[in-house]
Design a protein around this ligand. Structure first.
Ligand SMILES: *Cc1c(COP(=O)(O)O)cnc(C)c1O
Length: 374
């Protein structure tokens, strides 16, 4: 006899401390009409504390508000911090779902190990999302139609909160989840974006933290981001640090190249590339679309030559926040790489629609990628 034990993620181990000043329905509805990205936050946050002696404890959902941190908290000095980004989608029947949260939970543990932070279980990670959403589900916007990409963006993060200026992994750590209603990430929707190729700055080095989702990687990318803005570009593409030759990714999105013959190429994973959940999903969906995915090293010369010859017909970036965004051109101090072929970004649009239909419950979840939150 086979006994199957169903894995359940319970939320009941989170104590609930409801806000006594929740946002009024009227104000919330107004925010949800035009949420922007990352500027409004819901009424509650999830929190779990970790200490060296007691492990993870004190699971709670409490009112959203400022943290009280000792000025000596080590995160403020040595940047011991990691985060995640994941969305909650409202389906047509009102239910609320999230996309492949076990992948984010696994990556969060990978990031934790690299930053010498404690690892959080799937049960606590997914449980914290469920517990927060049980309180704040009214903050998940309802899409007006299939082109409306509104969602509730969830931001789990972990910080070293011990008050200690010595340099070692902290003995006190806090994990939180905050939530922010979101419209489409790029205002232009799927208009192709211009990307800046930084000739000087590097995002990640072998043996470093590139594969981990940590604040430090983002801090180090901001000077390049500033260059990008000054050159009317919205994101930065980074080359590898060792040879200054191989394409890695953008500051917060993975890159794909579509070839005339149906190949879909993305840089293979190394410790200098962050493995996106969207990247992983695109590789799977591409096969269903008759494309041939290839994970391998791709050089800036291949991009330049393929763009000129028409061999490469599309370039796109992908990530949870902006889904799939066509890249129109790559700009650097001494050149502009534009595609001579294509221009309609048909593959990017097709994959994007496929992914969104899945996430919003408009197509069958054939891979079991959705988890119901509410
Ligand atoms: C978060 C992130 C991505 C995209 O990952 P998704 O899981 O698809 O959202 C890509 N690159 C970097 C550096 C990131 O931080």
């Amino acid at each position: 006899m086979v006994i199957t034990v169903e894995k359940t993620v319970s939320t009941d181990h989170f104590a609930i401390l409801p806000s006594n000043q929740p946002t009024s329905d009227e104000i919330r509805d107004n925010i949800l009409k035009n949420p922007g990205f990352g500027t409004h936050f819901t009424d509650h946050m999830a929190h779990v504390r970790w200490t060296n002696d007691a492990g993870w404890h004190g699971h709670e959902v409490r009112p959203y508000g400022p943290l009280t941190l000792d000025p000596a908290a080590s995160v403020l000095h040595y940047g011991q911090e990691i985060f995640e980004g994941i969305k909650a989608y409202r389906h047509a029947d009102g239910s609320i779902w999230t996309f492949r949260p076990e992948k984010n939970a696994e990556r969060f543990r990978r990031s934790a190990r690299r930053l010498a932070l404690p690892e959080l279980s799937d049960e606590d990670f997914i449980g914290s999302l469920k517990a927060l959403l049980a309180q704040d589900n009214a903050w998940v916007p309802t899409p007006k139609d299939a082109s409306d990409e509104c969602s509730l963006y969830l931001r789990p993060f972990m910080i070293a909160s011990e008050a200690f200026l010595g340099v070692r992994p902290a003995h006190e750590v806090d994990y939180y989840v905050i939530a922010s209603p979101a419209a489409a990430y790029f205002k232009g929707g799927i208009d192709p974006v211009s990307i800046w190729l930084s000739s000087h700055y590097k995002r990640a080095a072998p043996g470093g933290t590139g594969f981990a989702k940590c604040g430090g990687n983002y801090a180090a990318s901001l000077a390049a981001q500033k260059e990008a803005s000054a050159n009317n570009c919205s994101q930065v593409a980074f080359l590898d640090a060792a040879e200054n030759k191989w394409i890695e990714e953008l500051g917060g999105m993975n890159l794909f190249f579509v070839y005339k013959d149906g190949r879909l190429v993305t840089p293979r994973l190394t410790d200098t590339i962050l493995e996106g959940v969207t990247r992983n999903s695109v590789l799977t969906l591409a096969k269903d679309e008759g494309l041939t995915p290839e994970e391998r090293a791709i050089s800036i010369d291949e991009w330049r030559d393929g763009a000129a010859s028409g061999e490469i017909t599309e370039v796109f970036a992908c990530g949870t926040a902006a889904v799939i965004t066509p890249v129109g051109e790559l700009v650097s101090e001494d050149e502009r790489i534009r595609l001579t072929a294509g221009g309609d970004n048909e593959v990017a649009k097709r994959l994007r629609t496929k992914l969104l239909n899945l996430q919003y419950g408009r197509s069958e979840d054939q891979y079991g990628w959705l988890t119901q939150l509410v």
